[in-house]
Design a protein around this ligand. Structure first.
Ligand code: ADP
Ligand code: MG
Length: 345
């Protein structure tokens, strides 16, 4: 199965030059992106980056007076109040906390009925769709008629996803779907999302600070301080790093800052990341050509390497590098502003 087989050229979400301003706080700055039908988009950024705010604009939760720019969701603009019912019919939303869209005292099937009664769907159809979704999501049949409160955490999460999809929306928004989920179960949630996307061709927005989620994303958006730093295929982003994203991982005895300063002097090294107590990852220009020179350099400097291996950078590393770069740029700008002020006074 081709990974991108469900994607078509139809544009589902089009955001152009979005700015969100609450009073004196300019929260989102000139954000633009386009999303095609069937794509899975990951919205990444540390807490406070503006992820939820952007999604709130797309899901008709922020009044037009607080934002400007052009936004189209399934071809309709949330700027017009009269479009809201249609947009809300075309999208689904899975909140971070399942308790916000589930009634724990009701059974999963009864939860579905409550939800679909608001969409005027008939009971029989509802039941059929629910069973299909529950089956895709491996929600055991013996839980369907028992109270939701007796389900496991993972089952509740999957039920919450089923509820978000019950009216077959074109676009599904999920807020932090893996936050608070056991590390061992996080990937399960992601693979269920991918499975749903493949079966239903639903376009998905995953808001998250869990960088593992990039594994299932067709496009990843990186936000920092309300600015969109990147919006692209994560593999493309990784290969934009030096040597197409090849990383040299070194394990070194008694690794310390002094050693790192020495290694930094090897000119082809573009980036050094300390990723463990005794582990460094290096991004090196012209990896193949410079590898033997680097080994010789380490030997000459008396640096003992315990192990060395090459790998492709993960999205986590790309994110780290990109955010660092932005921070450096900002502090340089700040320094030059301070220097300019010094000149004037
Ligand atoms: N209604 C609001 N009024 C003023 N500031 C807000 C409002 N909503 C969010 N913010 C601020 O906008 C920034 C981005 O928030 P948010 O979009 O929730 O970030 P994220 O989802 O990436 O954690 C935060 O600094 C937050 O305090
Ligand atoms: Mg948020």
């Amino acid at each position: 199965m081709r990974c991108n087989s469900v994607i078509s050229d139809e544009v589902m979400v089009d955001v152009d030059n979005l700015n969100v301003i609450f009073g004196k706080s300019h929260i989102v700055h000139d954000v633009s992106f386009k999303v095609k039908k069937g794509e899975i988009i990951g919205l990444f950024g540390i807490s406070g980056a503006g992820k939820t705010t952007i999604v709130r604009v797309m899901t008709c939760q922020i009044e037009k007076k607080y934002w400007n720019g052009t936004v189209k969701v399934t071809g309709l603009s949330p700027a017009k109040k009269r479009n809201h019912p249609k947009i809300l019919n075309n999208i689904g939303y899975v909140p971070q906390l399942e308790e916000l869209n589930l009634y724990y005292e009701l059974s999963p099937l009864a939860n579905v009925e409550v939800f679909t009664s608001t969409y005027g769907m008939n009971k029989q159809k509802t039941k059929e769709i629910a069973k299909e979704l529950f089956t895709i999501l491996d929600i055991p049949e013996d839980t369907w008629k028992k109270r939701t409160k007796y389900m496991s955490g993972g089952e509740k999460k999957r039920l919450s996803m089923a509820i978000g999809l019950i009216h077959n929306p074109d676009v599904l928004f999920l807020d932090e779907p893996t936050t608070g989920v056991d590390a061992s179960k996080r990937y399960d949630i992601l693979s269920y999302l991918k499975k749903l996307n493949q079966h239903l061709h639903t376009t998905m927005f995953i808001i998250t600070h869990d960088l593992e989620a990039a594994l299932i994303c067709d496009k990843t958006a990186i936000l920092r301080d309300g600015k969109l730093l990147e919006f692209d295929d994560p593999h493309k982003l990784i290969s934009s790093l030096p040597s197409n994203g090849l990383v040299l991982r070194l394990t070194l005895d008694n690794l310390n800052e002094k050693m790192i300063d020495i290694i930094k002097n090897f000119e082809p090294i573009k980036k050094i990341l300390r990723v463990g107590n005794d582990i460094l990852e290096l991004l090196v220009d012209n990896f193949e050509d410079n590898l033997s020179r680097l080994i010789q350099f380490l030997v000459d400097k008396g640096i003992k390497v315990n192990s060395m291996n090459r790998d492709l950078a993960t999205f986590r590393r790309f994110f780290q590098i990109r955010i660092d770069e932005e921070q450096e740029k900002e502090s340089k700008e700040m320094d030059s502003i301070i220097a300019d002020r010094g000149d004037i006074s």
